[in-house]
Design a protein around this ligand. Structure first.
Ligand code: ATP
Ligand code: MG
Length: 353
């Protein structure tokens, strides 16, 4: 459906997009994820045709719509766009906003499609209101309906839930995903929130510094990050220094099986907090040892536990674990530390800079 090949773009002397390539299949919902300033909006603007690449091509279906030498105008691309601030036209009613992009259709067709979109977003009763008479969530729904009304073959959504409070965000997220999936809409949604991307995307494209770092299903990225940046982007992790010793990696938390790193290499071992379990018995001697509890903080839903590693009385490193609900051990107690190897990631040290 959409194919970006080796796209690059420079603003003045800054290389903003660097050799970006990815594809989006028909009916797929892809999230473009990455930290602020990494080039997500710029990538959407390139796809929509508001920016022209310095190198590379963009194809929609079997047509090249952008290259350094050739560009199809944005309005001829059959692409719907919901901008970061999703501004509705303040002087138009809800119905007029939705009908705005429906030029070239008969009056009856415009009326029917507008009514259909109003029904889909359950806002039939608000058709004649103006944007300032709507809540933030309602405005967002209208903006999405406006972008979808002309049935574009590709929908681009730039942070569509920004500025909404947490519970409304969660609700609209579910609602938006359901409506896009039900109707088989092909869409790219930009977000800098990893949880939002995990909840919504069929596939995530993770960007950093104008480059694509990794693409895959939410599960593939979470369970198989290719570098420390990717691993840490999704959740806070524990870092341990490790050194490769044949088939094993020696760390302060015990030995962890080596994953093809050369002997003697210094590595960074990343362990997700949920990979750390605390029990009275070791279930895997290789990844298990008795450690001392340094602190326990009960934070409502979970306890945050800090454990000392290395020297028993003067720990050289700490590791953090989370435990659902109150944790019965107290500072100074000794507990058995077990680490789930499947959620432990090992990268050469120099990759983490
Ligand atoms: N028209 C422009 N001229 C010069 N620099 C620009 C222009 N548009 C964007 N940039 C720069 O390009 C970089 C990427 O911007 P972009 O808006 O794509 O980031 P983003 O990933 O969408 O970030 P955010 O999550 O904050 O929205 C930023 O450093 C920004 O300052
Ligand atoms: Mg942006």
């Amino acid at each position: 459906m959409l194919k970006l090949e080796n796209l690059s773009l420079r603003f003045d002397d800054d290389q903003i997009i660097r050799d970006v390539s990815f594809e989006v299949a028909d009916g797929e919902l892809v999230c473009l994820l990455g930290p602020s300033g990494c080039g997500k909006t710029t990538t959407l603007r390139l796809i929509a045709g508001f920016e022209k690449p310095e190198a590379g091509t963009i194809s929609l279906g079997d047509q090249i719509v952008s290259s350094a030498s050739h560009a199809i105008a944005p309005q001829k691309r059959d692409v719907g766009f919901l901008f970061q601030d999703y501004a509705l036209f303040p002087h138009l009613t809800v119905a007029e906003n939705i009908a705005y992009g429906l030029s070239g259709r008969t009056k009856q067709q415009v009326k029917d499609r507008t009514a259909e979109m109003l029904r889909q977003i359950r806002m039939q009763d608000h058709a004649y209101k103006y944007p300032h008479e709507l809540s933030g969530g309602e405005q967002q729904r209208v903006a999405l309906a406006r972008a979808r009304a002309p049935r574009p073959s590709l929908l681009l959504l730039d942070e569509p839930f920004s500025g909404l409070d947490t519970s409304l965000r969660a609700k609209l997220r579910r609602e938006t995903r359901d409506v896009l999936k039900d109707r088989g809409v092909t869409a790219i949604m930009v977000t800098h929130d990893p949880e939002e991307a995990m909840l919504m995307a069929d596939r995530i494209i993770l960007m950093r510094d104008g480059r694509v770092v990794q693409t895959g299903t939410p599960e593939e990225l979470y369970t198989g990050p290719i570098d420390a940046f990717t691993a840490e982007f999704f959740c806070e992790v524990n870092h341990l220094d490790g050194i490769v010793d044949g088939d094993w990696i020696k760390t302060d938390a015990g030995r962890i099986p080596n994953q093809n790193h050369p002997d003697g290499m210094e590595v960074d071992v990343l362990i997700r907090p949920e990979a750390v379990t605390l029990g009275s018995e070791a279930f895997d001697k290789a990844l298990s040892q008795e450690v001392r509890v340094c602190s326990v903080d009960y934070a409502g839903g979970a306890s945050h536990i800090r454990l000392g590693l290395g020297d028993d009385l003067e720990p050289t490193t700490h590791i953090h674990a989370r435990y659902p609900g109150p944790f019965r051990a107290v500072t100074g107690d000794r507990v058995q530390l077990n680490i789930d190897q499947a959620q432990t990631f090992i990268f050469p040290k120099q990759d983490n800079t």
